[in-house]
Design a protein around this ligand. Structure first.
Ligand code: ZN
Length: 260
């Protein structure tokens, strides 16, 4: 039997405390088995972004994104300056994750979230880096602000918007990334979106330790479960598993500018 094709996890949080007990043994196993050929560790604030840089330094096939997530923003936009030294790190391949999250009523005020997103997209533009965008219950505002940054390559991570908005994004060359949510049978809206993304703009991710695919829901997620998401994506698109897996790996390398 052939070995399963290696996969690229374009969005993970191995810095999370959920991995404190076995972070390195788990990552060593994932790379040694050949099932994973790349991971992007996404920072969520200056501290986790620095930790992401350290993780990327330790593992040949981990790269990182530095950014401040909308749940981690402060009232002082100059706190963003702490990110700047990380953006020139040789393994920093994106600004992220950044975005808008209107899901929680006690979240940061929307105008403050918009200021941080705008400032971080400017940083991406200035450093010629792509951006990893988180958007939850904020689809209209996200689309509006991205329109002002046509030159910044963006991925909408764990996409949860409408099929109509998806058309606008892909028409302007935005990448769309899907998580384990596409293994849930009741996620009809997102399943339609999986079918609608052009081949060259689709990415896959775990967002681990969150968004664990079926049938492991309720347990901690990790990149080893990405194969379930790839299988779901291939079957939704009527694609051959091996070629779909290879396509998503190539897209990840293209998006993040990774040569190897
Ligand atoms: Zn994330």
């Amino acid at each position: 039997m052939n070995n399963p094709p290696p996969l690229f996890d374009t969005h993970a949080h191995y810095i999370d405390a959920a991995f404190d007990d076995d972070r390195h043994s788990l990552l060593d196993t994932l790379f040694a088995s050949g099932e994973i050929c790349g991971i992007i560790e996404a920072g969520t604030n200056p501290q986790t972004s620095r930790a992401a840089a350290e993780l990327a330094q330790r593992y040949e096939h981990i790269w990182f994104a530095a950014g401040v997530h909308p749940s981690d923003i402060t009232g002082n936009l100059s706190d963003l300056d702490a990110l700047i030294p990380l953006l020139t790190h040789p393994k920093c391949v994106a600004v992220g994750e950044i975005g808008l999250d209107y899901h929680y009523s006690d979240g940061a005020p929307r105008d403050l979230q918009l200021k941080w997103l705008d400032a971080q997209l400017s940083l991406a533009e200035a450093h010629n880096l792509p951006a990893i965008i988180h958007s939850r219950d904020a689809h209209g505002d996200t689309a509006d602000i991205l329109r002002a940054y046509k030159n910044v390559r963006c991925v909408l991570h764990s996409y949860s918007g409408s099929a109509e908005l998806l058309r606008q994004y892909v028409n302007s060359g935005r990448y769309i990334s899907f998580s384990g949510v596409i293994t849930f049978k009741n996620a009809k809206k997102v399943l339609d979106c999986v079918r609608a993304v052009p081949d060259e703009l689709i990415l896959l991710e775990t967002d681990c330790p969150y968004l664990t695919p079926h049938p492991h829901r309720g347990h901690r997620n990790h990149s080893g479960y990405l194969r379930l998401t790839v299988a779901a994506g291939a079957s939704l698109r009527g694609a051959d598993l091996e070629s779909f897996a290879a396509l998503t790996v190539q897209n990840a390398r293209n998006f993040f500018g990774i040569k190897q």
